[in-house]
Design a protein around this ligand. Structure first.
Ligand SMILES: *[C@@H]1O[C@H](CO)[C@@H](O)[C@H](O)[C@H]1NC(C)=O
Ligand SMILES: *[C@@H]1O[C@H](CO)[C@@H](O)[C@H](O)[C@H]1NC(C)=O
Length: 381
């Protein structure tokens, strides 16, 4: 309104000035129009963008050949040859990659993009990943989120900060390590002696529910929660348990039992918290296992040469130990589902992210990301 009046006034006296005034009026609006939705990420190595680079831990991906397919071929801390799934979701919501919370660059305007709190090796339980020593467990990630909110409010005021957080997209990936790096880490692990598998699943989901309640309590209103992938089919497990490349049935049974119960737990939470922004479910279940199962069942249909062999590693299925500069490395990463013994290649991540965006409810439920983007289009500035 003010801008229009100013432009009209100028037009009556001097046309060039009018054009200038219009330009000046349009300019301040531009950054707001372009500002993408903030994105918050919690979880483990599947979504860690480099927090562990700043920690004393063996769970890290900060040396070659990690990152070999990035523009400058440098390792970033992502467990991939290039982008991971959250980078690709940032692309989908029209944003730039989210910085790790521990990065010194995460300050000022960069805070508006969001923050990535994920740390490789962690799980729902505090005793998951103890072998990796110094990693950011989930309760600490939430404490960092509180810290982030204070910093944001200090810089931009409490109202804007609340709008950024309430209008944000949040994603959390947890649970895989509670099986692979805890219950099934060694035969007769402490947790497997304590719990039968069904009781263990109930236990970790009851803990997970509290974590998710806390994230909601901190203001997040659209939260993607990923299930556990095909943990019995990753090259690391094939190397240990499989003769012919068929998946480990026990681990597969674990994720098969876990995923529907996780979805049921999210439904309970949705009933508890109500519709977040007045437009649909707060918690959205992502079935990454389903995407992966597609690749494993028919790799060629998706342009992959193998879904059993890792690109970077050593030994059987290239799945033994970690990916380092002396590992055997495949020539064409795009032909592999798995980059290392546990993590997908950028190309696999891209196909998985596509299912987030436009998959049916078999992949993401009760709605996909394009529906979410449409519903939430007025929430963020
Ligand atoms: C994990 O540790 C944190 C911090 O010490 C604690 O608050 C939390 O209750 C613990 N969680 C479980 C499941 O024991
Ligand atoms: C998912 O996204 C696509 C593309 O936006 C849409 O046409 C479709 O209806 C959605 N599917 C479901 C099940 O929501």
């Amino acid at each position: 309104m003010e801008c229009g009046a100013l432009a009209a006034m100028a037009a009556s006296s001097w046309q060039v000035a009018a054009l200038l005034a219009v330009a000046l009026c349009v300019l301040p609006a531009l950054p707001a129009a372009r500002a993408a939705r903030a994105f918050f990420i919690f979880g483990d190595s599947l979504v860690d963008n480099g927090n562990n680079n700043y920690l004393l831990t063996s769970a890290r991906a900060d040396s070659w050949p990690y990152g070999i397919d990035t523009p400058d071929h440098r390792a970033t801390g992502r467990f991939s040859n290039g982008k991971n799934v959250v980078d690709l979701i940032s692309e989908q919501i029209g944003s730039v990659p989210v910085l790790p919370y521990l990065s010194p660059e995460l300050d000022g305007e960069n805070l508006l993009v969001g923050a990535n709190f994920a740390s490789a090796g962690i799980g729902i339980l505090n005793d998951t990943g103890i072998q990796f020593a110094n990693i950011i467990r989930i309760s600490k990630q939430l404490t960092y989120f509180e810290q982030y909110k204070h910093r944001l409010a200090k810089l931009y005021g409490p109202e804007r900060a609340a709008r950024v957080v309430g209008g944000a997209l949040t994603l959390i990936t947890l649970g895989g390590n509670d099986f692979v790096n805890n219950y099934y880490l060694v035969p007769y692990s402490a947790r497997s002696r304590e719990f039968s598998l069904p009781d263990y699943i109930k236990y970790i989901l009851s803990e997970y529910k509290q974590v998710l309640r806390r994230i909601h309590g901190l203001g997040a209103r659209r939260i993607l929660v990923t299930g556990v992938g095909p943990i019995g089919c990753v090259p690391a497990e094939l190397a240990m348990h499989s003769l012919d490349g068929s998946c480990d049935p026990e681990l597969q049974r674990a994720s098969e039992a876990y995923n529907p119960q996780m979805e049921a737990m999210l439904n309970e939470l949705n009933a508890e918290v109500g519709a977040g922004n007045g437009n649909g479910a707060v918690f959205v279940a992502v079935n990454t296992r389903r995407s992966h199962d597609d690749f494993i069942a028919d790799p060629k249909a998706y342009g992959f040469v193998t879904a059993t062999e890792a690109c970077c590693g050593q030994g059987r299925f290239n799945g033994i130990g970690i990916c380092t500069m002396v590992s055997s490395l495949c020539a064409n990463r795009d032909e592999y589902v798995f980059w290392d013994a546990f993590h997908p290649t950028e190309r696999a991540n891209r196909l998985i992210a596509q299912n987030y965006l436009s998959g049916s409810t078999d992949y993401i439920s009760p709605m996909n990301l394009s529906t979410i983007i449409h519903l939430d289009r007025h929430l963020h500035d």
